[in-house]
Design a protein around this ligand. Structure first.
Ligand SMILES: *Cc1c(COP(=O)(O)O)cnc(C)c1O
Length: 394
């Protein structure tokens, strides 16, 4: 077992969460078991009463899952983490744990589509009220606060507009009004953005994206700051049942080891591709947090250590131009999702945000020629060459 605990993130990526296991493996073994044997009734009783440390049943706790959870908690500077079956599993668990009938949520307007749907159509059935707000605009959260506001839910940078919310300001306003701040940190990862340092209460990730990084797992995680919140979330997750399994935990933990170097390369490539697109005559505008033209550039510089690989841009020529670009890329892969080693491109109006309808898209700032690009870790010239030939077809 590594004797030295490093405070440096790239070292944590490699070492975090690894405990001492039988036979001294360098990597946590995959405990692919649903349940664990008790030595006798007294041992079983002690485990159930929480008097002894150990394992009972994999939905409650599993050593492979725990190793990955500890690694992510360490990377975020949190107390503990809870592995979930998907990012949406993490989000729905958090809302279930924190909200009750009559509570009000303030949610960023530009968020992952299913998060909007979850609040607007499922939690509303249980009497939860929601306001979708431009949390990236100063003063908008404060204006939306009500006496029953319990949660301020922020995704930053937001999907797909890359709007950046000032987390320190959001936390200050929420706490002044006895509300909690929950942040979806999927786009940045703990390497580039550290929400707890700005006062945030709960962090979540879709680990399907950068944390795993290899487009071969669907998973999510919740990270909390203290035992009280951990216990509430753990009880909720245990009853709701949407936990991650040991094999996916193993894959995510393996992915985490290269997270820091991947994020560095995503940033190098993201900057190059964004600068290329910004000069292109067929591109109306580019949103990338590393460009001076980003409306929240100053906040992004303060809040992110590097700018990552997520870009959105608007084509001149709207929906049709979007279709032509999608049908002509040959190196970038035409697929939804993001945060993997491969460059993925998608057109929200005809794909992820299609069913919203044009009016709701417009309201959320999702224009018809908007393209979302998740820049991978390939050679950036290959990405640029592909965009060049595909853009020439428009
Ligand atoms: C993908 C994504 C989610 C949902 O995660 P799943 O793992 O697909 O359930 C939530 N938030 C953001 C920002 C995402 O990109």
């Amino acid at each position: 077992m590594s004797q030295v605990k490093s405070k440096n993130l790239e070292s944590k990526c490699v070492h975090a969460g690894i405990e001492k296991y039988e036979f001294g493996p360098v990597v946590p073994p995959i405990y692919q078991t649903s349940t664990f044997q008790f030595e006798n009734t007294a041992h079983g009783a002690a485990l159930f009463k929480g008097e002894k440390n150990g394992y009972i049943y994999t939905r409650m706790k599993n050593p492979t899952v725990e190793a990955m959870e500890n690694a992510v908690a360490d990377l975020e500077g949190g107390y503990k983490a809870l592995g979930c079956a998907s990012g949406m599993g993490a989000i729905s668990t958090i809302f279930t744990a924190l909200l009750k009938n009559g509570d009000h949520v303030i949610c960023s307007k530009s968020v992952y589509g299913p998060t909007t749907t979850l609040l607007a159509t499922i939690f509303s059935k249980f009497g939860v009220e929601v306001s979708f707000v431009d949390t990236d605009i100063d003063g908008e959260i404060e204006k939306a606060i009500k006496p029953n506001t319990r949660v301020v839910y922020v995704e930053t940078p937001g999907n797909p507009t890359l709007a950046v919310t000032d987390l320190k300001k959001a936390s200050d306003v929420a706490h002044k009004n006895n509300a909690l701040v929950v942040v979806d940190n999927t786009f940045m990862s703990p390497i580039l953005q550290r929400p707890f340092e700005f006062g945030v209460d709960v962090i979540l990730h879709s680990m399907t994206k950068f944390l795993n990084g290899h487009a071969d797992v669907v998973a999510g995680i919740i990270v909390v700051k203290d035992e009280e919140m951990y216990s509430l979330m753990r009880k909720t997750l245990n009853q709701m049942g949407g936990v991650i399994d040991p094999f996916n935990s193993f894959l995510v933990h393996r992915g985490l080891k290269t997270l820091a170097i991947r994020m560095e390369k995503h940033t190098i490539n993201g900057q190059k591709v964004a600068e290329y697109l910004e000069k292109h005559p067929k591109v109306e505008w580019v949103r990338y947090t590393g460009l001076k033209s980003h409306p929240n550039y100053e906040v992004a510089l303060k809040q992110h250590s590097q700018q990552g690989g997520m870009i959105s841009f608007e084509l001149k020529g709207g929906y049709k131009a979007g279709e032509i670009l999608m049908d002509n890329v040959k190196f970038c892969l035409l697929a939804v999702s993001l945060g993997g080693v491969e460059t993925l491109i998608q057109h929200p109006a005809s794909m992820t945000h299609l069913t919203m309808g044009e009016a709701a898209r417009k309201e959320a700032g999702i224009t018809e020629g908007l393209i979302r690009l998740s820049v991978g870790i390939e050679n950036y010239q290959d990405i640029i060459d592909d965009l060049e030939q595909a853009l020439s077809k428009i």
